[in-house]
Write a protein that binds this ligand. Structure first.
Ligand code: MGD
Ligand code: MGD
Ligand code: SF4
Ligand code: MO
Length: 704
């Protein structure tokens, strides 16, 4: 039996797994023992990674919608020809930017890079990632505060901390292997800040039951309290940061006296939290979607960064203002996709970077985009306005996951040509496309993924592709050739070629990976960036900013802050409850296209959309366990859910897992002004009983 080590392509931790293969079949999957991330553990999704396109077979050739509105099989040649003919015709008539793509954090770095070359460089189109729904808040926060999108930590910091503060993060469900490491650290006090008594909050030493979106005020008040008590590291602030005096004066407005009204946390508890931060010798802050997906997410993330900076809790063991990534290759998308910045980082108007990247790719500089992509929400708006007429969706399922998701359906109805490239032809998005391009899943691919702590890991083909099967890389090459890119593809023949190009683009940048090779990565412990040519790999875990130098021009970190803005979502008499959303169970992944192949998960998870409701509220409204109820949202849409009664939500709150299409039918189009990340986590809704006479005015969700 052959044993092949590869990376799990679900969550951003990037556990490594050993695939035991015999006669072209995966006999067993086991977690790699000495891999620094997961050290011989993994979650149920990783263990079941053999089940990709097995029960639900993948296709070997594309599907095209015919005049009778049926999807019919066509050859790959016809697929590429149709793609190119339709997209370029639209561009000819309506300008190059009348076509766009939306991609993902779940394909290999090489595929992202090639997509950026074909789509952004050659076709001249806008293309954003679903990472906009997830990590863009952290990206902007890092760039402004640190001078580069460079998260400080290594996962081991969770084990070296004496105080672990989890903010808007539920790792018990979303990052289980990270949670293992938190639990392993018996010396740490674990504090979870979450409006919900999540699985993580229940298992923490302290649950800070903040009001939804109260975080910015909480962190500004904490900063003020820390300053007033002199609980700050003056020498760190003086030597390694900029803007502290302005920040100090800004936060002086946020006093203990006012804190409870907005955050729901009493003066005493806020003071206690400040004291815990002060008493900690190695305090680490970890945030995820409870912060990123907010209408003022960027400033909130920076408020966390500011506290780490002013207390000197960064660049040392067990510390850091640390944002965990969601998807397996979100970090690849952030730095090597040519969407919001040049390959290897840098803005599109940075003369030096343009020159360096053009030279690395051996292309004319004029071929590089001159500006960042239009963000996801603007792409959808422009489709609805009729300005964008062709859309290409790769490895994401926006009909389900996009905010206010019926707007996506409306947008698709306006498109002249809609292409979906996925491993399954029956996703909610693929079902409504004109052309479906089937890719094989990651277990048949070669490439590199970059995890949450900047660790590159090798994806190796566990199974051979069968006749007619193509990877996303093959598909992109096919499209590029058909577009007539010719010699522009000479340096992109294989994934390894693309990796070599990305190495060159990264040279001299904070994410320099010139020292990495496929050979070094394969069967290894992974390699964190930066890793420069000639550098020796001395330790398995490396953090950034140990030298207290940041990537800004002055080499100092910035205190960035702003006045809180009014929450665009209001709780009113019409919509008196707050609907929160997020991950449901360890076994369910996003829109469930992949995890539905796991019988063990199907047997224990709800088939129907459900919503958590507090026992007291259920009693007041006379709602019983498992009763079907209807939620009406401030965005004008109503959807039905099964009521699951639990005290994990407060009386005035509801929580709906994102694994059901109903949830995002209710989320309104509200975005952070800087990152354009949707403010998914807070919706105002009302509850209607379904079996009550006269509860009319409801239109059945068109999709169900
Ligand atoms: N099993 C599983 N694991 C996954 C995924 C999956 O689909 N399934 N998806 C992956 C991806 S892409 C991502 S991005 C990560 C997400 O990982 P997480 O962000 O940890 O998961 P979420 O459930 O989205 O949200 C975390 C918590 O934010 C809380 N929250 C909501 N509003 C607020 C608020 O105003 N303030 C605070 N402080 N907290 C708030 C919610 O109650 C929730 O408990 O998970 C990754 N891991
Ligand atoms: N209300 C609410 N909405 C949310 C969130 C929330 O917390 N609340 N979270 C948001 C976040 S953080 C995220 S990341 C998004 C996720 O949203 P999506 O990206 O839409 O979710 P997935 O189900 O992961 O979609 C990935 C798609 O890629 C396909 N796929 C898998 N592997 C491959 C491959 O190798 N090649 C190709 N071509 N296709 C492949 C899968 O079959 C699937 O259809 O959801 C967002 N939506
Ligand atoms: S914790 Fe994340 S990376 Fe590890 S096995 Fe589970 S889904 Fe995969
Ligand atoms: Mo995500």
């Amino acid at each position: 039996m052959k044993k092949i080590q590869s990376v799990c392509n679900y969550c951003g931790l990037g556990c490594n797994l050993d695939f035991h293969v015999e006669n072209g079949e995966i006999m067993m999957v086991s977690p790699t023992e000495n891999y620094p991330v997961n050290k011989g553990f993994c979650c149920i999704k990783g263990l079941n990674l053999d089940k990709q396109c097995t029960k639900i077979k993948g296709r070997r050739s594309p599907l095209l919608r015919n005049d009778k509105n049926e999807m019919v099989e066509i050859s790959w040649k016809e697929g590429f020809e149709t793609f190119v003919k339709r997209m370029t015709t639209i561009q000819k008539h309506h300008g190059s930017e009348s076509v766009a793509f939306i991609s993902t954090g779940q394909i290999t770095t090489e595929e992202m890079a090639l997509l950026g070359h074909v789509g952004r460089n050659y076709m001249g189109i806008n293309g954003d990632g679903n990472t906009r729904l997830c990590m863009s808040t952290s990206v902007v926060a890092h760039k402004q505060s640190f001078g580069f999108d460079a998260p400080p930590y290594t996962l081991n910091d969770a084990q070296l901390s004496d105080t672990i503060i989890l903010i808007g993060a539920n790792p018990v469900v979303a990052h289980p292997i990270f949670w293992e490491r938190v639990k392993d650290n018996k010396n740490a006090k674990v504090i979870t800040i979450d409006p919900r008594r999540s699985e993580t909050a229940r298992n923490s030493d302290i649950w800070v039951d903040i009001k939804p979106k109260g975080d910015l005020i909480l962190f500004y008040t904490l900063a003020n309290v820390l300053i007033e008590n002199g609980w700050i590291e003056n020498s760190y602030i003086e030597n390694y940061t900029e803007g502290f005096e302005e920040f100090k004066s800004h936060v002086s407005k946020f006093t203990l006296k006012d804190v409870e009204k907005i955050t729901g946390i009493s003066e005493k508890r806020v003071l206690e939290l400040a004291r815990i931060i002060h008493n900690g010798k190695r305090v680490s802050f970890w945030w995820t979607m409870g912060i990123n997906q907010g209408y003022e997410g960027v400033r909130t993330a920076q408020a966390i960064i500011n506290i780490a900076l002013m207390t000197g809790n960064i660049g040392r063991e067990g510390t850091g203002a640390n944002s965990l990534t969601g998807q397996c290759n979100a970090m690849g998308s952030r730095i090597f996709s040519n969407t919001s910045g040049l390959y290897g980082g840098g803005e599109y108007d940075n003369v030096e970077r343009r020159k360096a990247v053009a030279e690395a790719l051996k292309i004319e500089e004029s071929l590089l985009p001159s500006k960042p992509t239009l963000p996801y929400n603007v792409i959808i708006d422009k489709i609805n306005k009729g300005e964008i007429k062709g859309l290409w969706v790769i490895s994401t399922n926006p009909r389900h996951s996009w905010v206010n998701n019926q707007e996506f359906k409306k947008a698709v109805d306006k498109l002249e040509f809609f292409v979906v490239q996925d491993i399954y032809e029956d996703t909610d998005s693929a079902k409504i496309c004109d052309l479906f391009l089937p890719s094989v899943p990651a277990i048949k691919k070669t490439g590199v993924m970059i995890n949450t702590e900047r660790r590159m890991s090798a994806i190796l083909p566990i199974l051979e592709k069968e006749d007619g099967e193509l990877t996303d890389y093959d598909i992109l090459l096919g499209i590029g050739k058909e577009l007539g890119m010719g010699r522009l593809l000479d340096n992109w023949k294989t994934p390894e070629d693309a990796f070599e190009l990305m190495k060159k683009c990264s040279k001299g940048m904070p994410c320099d990976i010139t020292g990495a090779t496929y050979e070094l990565l394969s069967g290894s412990k992974g390699i964190q960036w930066p890793f420069k040519e000639g550098q020796l790999l001395k330790e398995d875990e490396r953090r950034l900013y140990e030298d207290n130098k940041y990537y800004t021009t002055s080499k100092k970190a910035n205190f960035i802050f702003g006045d809180p803005i009014k929450n665009p979502i209001e709780i009113s008499i019409d919509f008196p409850y707050t609907l929160n959303s997020g991950r449901g169970t360890v076994g369910q992944w996003h829109t469930q296209t992949r995890t539905r192949e796991m019988d063990v998960v199907n047997s224990i998870t709800s088939k129907e959309a459900y919503v958590n409701i507090n026992p007291e509220l259920a009693k007041d409204l006379n709602i019983e366990q498992n009763e079907k109820i209807r939620l009406s949202s401030c965005n004008g849409v109503k959807s039905e859910f099964i009521a699951k009664i639990t005290d994990s939500v407060k009386k005035e709150h509801l929580y709906a897992p994102i694994h059901y299409i109903e949830t995002n039918s209710l989320t309104p189009s509200v975005f952070d002004p800087y990152s354009k990340e949707p403010s998914y986590k807070m919706v105002s809704v009302n509850i209607e009983k379904i079996n009550v006479e006269g509860a009319g005015g409801y239109e059945k969700n068109q999709d169900r």
